[in-house]
Design a protein around this ligand. Structure first.
Ligand SMILES: Cc1ncc(COP(=O)(O)O)c(C=O)c1O
Length: 483
């Protein structure tokens, strides 16, 4: 018998609150500290302003008054002509821009380290991917951006491509030479879409990498909830006037899957975050950068740890770097990134954003300062002293892109069977498998399993990495194409 008086989720949330976790993950407001005015607003009006659309409050799907005005302000803040409030996360924005820009069967060029929202956008739109390999920093074990040469080759080989999709920046904070890539794509008459899930703060301090609108991109998906301070799930799509996608077409595409009951608290938080970023962002981000630089130096004196920054840029695939992404490479430590991630939370109540084999990543934003960075530094120092001296896992994971056999949409709708993980080598995957975060599929629907991919999935299982995607969460059985 289930006990209906229980509230398991509420209990877990209350327990999180009691633990007094120090958040180095998203959302960027960091328990309200980074958007204090809105924190007070919510305390005051949290429930009374949880309302639905009405004449005086406009409507998100066809805004004509206050939402329209707030969207215009947001568009200008980002240097665009139009903006759309999104309340289904940046996932909804990424998928809408792909669906609006590329028709079923048409080609889109994108890096294979795109987030699952983009790869799932291919299923929804029916677009056919042309993947380009991002450059890899072998020492760090991290995928960077894409080069001009790789985009030019893809455009030469696919003159019928309709769009290019660029990540600005990657999860780890690296950007490609966005203005050059955009100019190249435009010279071939190709639409440029930017995934700026991690770039919401870029336009507000000149020390940040170039933002998509400044670089000339046509449409950008911006996660204000990640580093802009707004509430989780709230995001925006920014668009400039362009010859490929019109405002009404973009609006219509967004409306296909938009709720008719959008949360005014989420939308209000976008308005608040925009106002804060425009009026105070430069100072807040400038102060944050000053503090981060001090702590990067301190962390780099801890044995076994390396908090990299602009010195790893190569002027090509890695053109610029966002210093508010604090990633620590653990090449000289006896622990993997996954183990450090778990240790930080269990022993020090510190929540990192993500881990991979050799790295652990912390997101710093409007709500961070010395008060949050000092305990992180102390915890890392203790871990470094205890565990330095050679990485016990010599697992070099940098795999080649899996071979794409069937388009993501055709694979999604194809007949499928389940096979044990050990028997899938050579089979075409019917589902995505990824570590979340970052949510970059190790294999996506329509791609062929290699022995290397299977070995890597087994390694991740052993590491107890947070795996998602397949129907069977235990990853014992995998869906592959066939009867
Ligand atoms: C690069 C990238 N794009 C898109 C998304 C989707 O954002 P959201 O979680 O707001 O749906 C994420 C989320 O982590 C991301 O990292």
């Amino acid at each position: 018998m289930l006990n209906q008086s229980r509230m398991p989720l509420i209990e877990a949330l209350e327990s999180y609150d009691r633990e007094k976790v120090i958040p180095f993950d998203v959302p960027g407001h960091k328990h309200g500290k980074g958007l204090d005015g809105f924190h007070q607003f919510l305390k005051h009006y949290g429930m009374t302003l949880d309302v639905n659309s009405m004449k005086s409050l406009d409507i998100i799907s066809n805004p004509t008054s206050v939402i329209k005005e707030a969207e215009e302000l947001l568009a200008r803040a980002y240097g665009g002509d139009y903006s759309f409030f999104m309340i289904g996360g940046t996932t909804a924005a990424v998928q809408a821009m792909i669906m609006a820009g590329v028709k079923p069967g048409e080609k889109i060029i994108l890096p294979r380290n795109a987030h699952k929202s983009a790869l799932n956008g291919l299923i929804l739109s029916g677009a056919v991917p042309v993947y380009i390999q991002p450059t890899i920093n072998e020492k760090l074990g991290i995928a960077m951006g894409i080069t001009r040469e790789s985009l030019e080759r893809a455009l030469d080989e696919n003159p019928d491509a309709k769009a290019v999709f660029i990540i600005n920046p990657t999860y780890y904070g690296f950007t490609s030479d966005l203005a050059v890539l955009t100019e190249l794509a435009h010279s071939r008459g190709v639409l440029v879409l930017a995934d700026e899930a991690h770039g919401a703060h870029f336009p507000f301090n000149p020390q940040m990498p170039l933002s998509a609108m400044k670089a000339g991109c046509d449409i950008s998906s911006v996660s204000l909830h990640k580093t802009g301070g707004s509430l989780t799930q709230s995001s925006a799509l920014i668009m400039r006037e362009n010859p490929y996608v019109s405002y009404p077409h973009m609006r219509g595409t967004i409306n296909l899957s938009l709720t008719t009951s959008a949360s005014y608290l989420l939308m209000g938080s976008l308005d608040y975050a925009r106002q804060t970023l425009v009026t105070r962002g430069e100072k807040i981000l400038g102060d944050l950068l000053g503090t981060v630089r001090i702590y990067r130096e301190k962390i780099n004196r801890i044995p076994g740890m390396y908090a990299f920054a602009r010195e790893v840029l190569d002027g090509n695939g890695a053109m610029d770097f966002d210093e508010t992404k604090l990633t620590i490479n653990l090449g000289e430590l006896k622990l993997t990134g996954y183990e450090v991630y778990d240790l930080l939370r269990e022993r020090y109540h510190i929540q990192a954003e993500l881990a991979d084999d050799h790295n652990v990543l912390f997101i710093l934003s409007l709500g961070d300062d010395e008060e949050s960075l000092e305990p992180l530094y102390q915890a890392l120092k203790a871990i470094g002293e205890e565990y330095h001296g050679g990485n016990k896992f010599n697992f070099i994971k940098r795999m080649k892109n899996p071979e794409g056999i069937v388009s993501p949409r055709n694979a999604y709708y194809a007949n499928k069977k389940s096979l044990p993980l050990d028997e899938v080598v050579g089979e075409v995957s019917g589902e995505s498998i990824m570590v979340y975060p970052p949510g970059i599929p190790i294999i996506a629907p329509g791609e062929r399993f290699s022995q290397e991919i299977v070995d890597y999935i087994k390694f991740l299982k052993k590491q107890k990495a947070m795996m998602t995607g397949p129907e069977d969460n235990s990853l014992s059985q995998i869906k592959v194409l066939g009867m």
